[in-house]
Design a protein. Structure first.
Lengths: 209, 164
C-alpha cells in the first residue's frame, strides 16, 4: 500500500480522546489572541507614538530647544517641512489602517501572508522615513549651529576649515551609528517575529516557479 | 451569559472539533502546545464568524481558518518549547485494524509527516481530509498543477522513507 494511502486509511479513523464540551469551548472565545497580527499591530502603534514623541518631546521639555525652534520656524521652509512631516504621519496611519483591515484569516494562505508582509513593509517604510529624517535633522541642526550658535562660530573661527571638517565627520559618524543601531534593533524584532511567516511564504512562492 | 450567536458557534465547533484537533496534531508536538493552538484557532474562528455567511459548510470554512492560524498567525508560546515525545496524545489508533507491519509503518509515517515543513503539512492534511486539488489550490493560494506536483513529491518522499 502506498505510504499516504495507509495514512489516509488511519487518518479518517482517528478519534479524539479528550473531546471538548461546549462548556470548555465557550471561555476560549474571550481569551486573548497571541497571533502575530495582533503583536504587529501593537508594535506599529508603539512605533507611531515613539517617533511622534521623539520629534515633539524635546520641544516641550527643553526651553533652549524651543527658543531655537521658534526662531527657526519663522522660516517658511521649516513650516513647510513640519506640515509635510504631519502629512506623512497621517498618511502612514491611513496606510496602516487599510492594510490591517485587509488582513483576513479567511483568505487563502498565500494572500493572507502577503497582506501581513505588506503591513510589515509599511511599518518598515515608516521607520526608514524617520531614520532619514533623523539624518536630515542632524545635518540641518549642524548647519544652523554653524550660523547661529556663538560657540560654534567661535570654534570655527579658531580652527578654520579643519574644525569644520572635524565637526562634519563627528556628526556624520554619530548619526550613522545611531541610525544603524536603530535599524539593526528593528530588523531583529521583525526578523524574530516573522521568521516563520517569511519561511512559509518563500516556500509557497517556490511552488509557483 | 452566552448570546445566541455564541451558542450557535460553540455548537458547531463542538460538532466539528475533530478538524481543529487534527490540525493541532500536525503542527504541535506536545499536549500544552496542542491546547494552545486549539485555543488560538478557536479565537480566530470566533472573530471571523460574523463574516461566515453559511454559503459554504461550516466545516469547509473551518479548514481555511484553522490552517491559516497554524501556518501564519500562530506564534509559538514559550510553553511549546518543552519537548515531549508526541505519540497519540489526543488521538487513539484503532490498532486492531492493522497488522504489526502496518502499525509499524504508520508510526514511521506519522513521524515523517511531522518532519515535513509547514506548507507540506498543510497539503498533506488537505489530501488526507479527502479534499480535491481544486480545493487544495484555493485554500493555499497556489495553482492546481503546482499543488498536484508538490503532492506527488511528498508522496515519493514518504514512500522512500517507508522503503529505504
Amino acid at each position: 500500500m502506498d505510504g499516504l494511502d495507509l495514512l489516509k486509511k488511519d487518518w479518517n479513523k482517528q478519534e479524539v480522546v479528550s473531546k471538548l464540551s461546549a462548556k470548555d469551548i465557550l471561555p476560549m472565545l474571550h481569551k486573548k489572541s497571541s497571533s502575530i497580527v495582533k503583536l504587529l499591530f501593537y508594535i506599529s502603534v508603539a512605533e507611531l507614538f515613539f517617533w511622534i514623541l521623539v520629534n515633539s518631546v524635546p520641544y516641550f521639555v527643553s526651553d533652549t530647544y524651543r527658543a531655537r525652534l521658534d526662531t527657526v520656524y519663522s522660516d517658511t521652509l521649516m513650516i513647510g517641512l513640519t506640515i509635510f512631516g504631519y502629512a506623512v504621519i497621517l498618511l502612514f496611519i491611513y496606510l496602516l489602517y487599510t492594510s490591517y483591515k485587509s488582513i483576513s484569516v479567511t483568505d487563502n494562505a498565500k494572500r493572507l501572508m502577503k497582506s501581513i508582509i505588506r503591513t510589515r513593509k509599511i511599518i518598515k517604510y515608516y521607520v526608514l522615513y524617520n531614520l532619514i529624517m533623523v539624518g536630515i535633522s542632524m545635518i540641518i541642526g549642524v548647519y544652523y549651529s554653524f550660523h547661529t550658535d556663538p560657540n560654534a562660530i567661535e570654534f570655527l573661527e579658531k580652527t578654520g576649515d579643519k574644525g569644520m571638517m572635524i565637526l562634519i565627520a563627528v556628526t556624520a559618524v554619530f548619526t550613522g551609528v545611531l541610525i544603524l543601531i536603530i535599524w539593526l534593533f528593528y530588523r531583529l524584532i521583525y526578523g524574530l517575529l516573522l521568521k516563520r511567516l517569511n519561511k512559509n511564504y518563500k516556500e509557497l512562492k517556490k511552488l509557483e516557479v | 451569559m452566552k448570546t445566541e450567536t455564541e451558542q450557535n458557534f460553540v455548537e458547531q465547533l463542538e460538532k466539528h472539533q475533530n478538524i481543529v484537533h487534527k490540525v493541532c496534531r500536525l503542527y504541535t508536538n506536545n499536549y500544552d502546545a496542542h491546547n494552545d493552538l486549539f485555543q488560538e484557532i478557536t479565537i480566530q474562528l470566533w472573530r471571523a464568524y460574523p463574516k461566515f455567511r453559511g454559503d459554504s459548510k461550516f466545516s469547509t470554512w473551518m479548514y481555511r481558518v484553522a490552517l491559516n492560524t497554524a501556518i501564519t498567525l500562530y506564534r509559538k508560546s514559550k510553553r511549546t518549547i518543552t519537548t515531549q515525545d508526541f505519540d497519540g496524545v489526543a488521538f487513539k489508533m484503532k490498532s486492531e485494524d492493522y497488522d504489526d507491519t502496518e502499525e509499524q509503518q504508520l508510526k514511521i509515517l506519522y513521524k515523517a509527516v511531522h518532519q515535513l515543513n509547514d506548507i507540506e503539512k498543510a497539503l498533506v492534511f488537505l489530501y488526507l481530509e479527502d479534499k480535491d486539488y481544486r480545493e487544495i489550490s484555493e485554500t493555499m493560494g497556489i495553482s492546481e498543477v503546482n499543488a498536484r506536483v508538490k503532492m506527488n513529491r511528498i508522496k515519493k518522499k514518504l514512500r522512500t522513507i517507508l522503503n529505504p
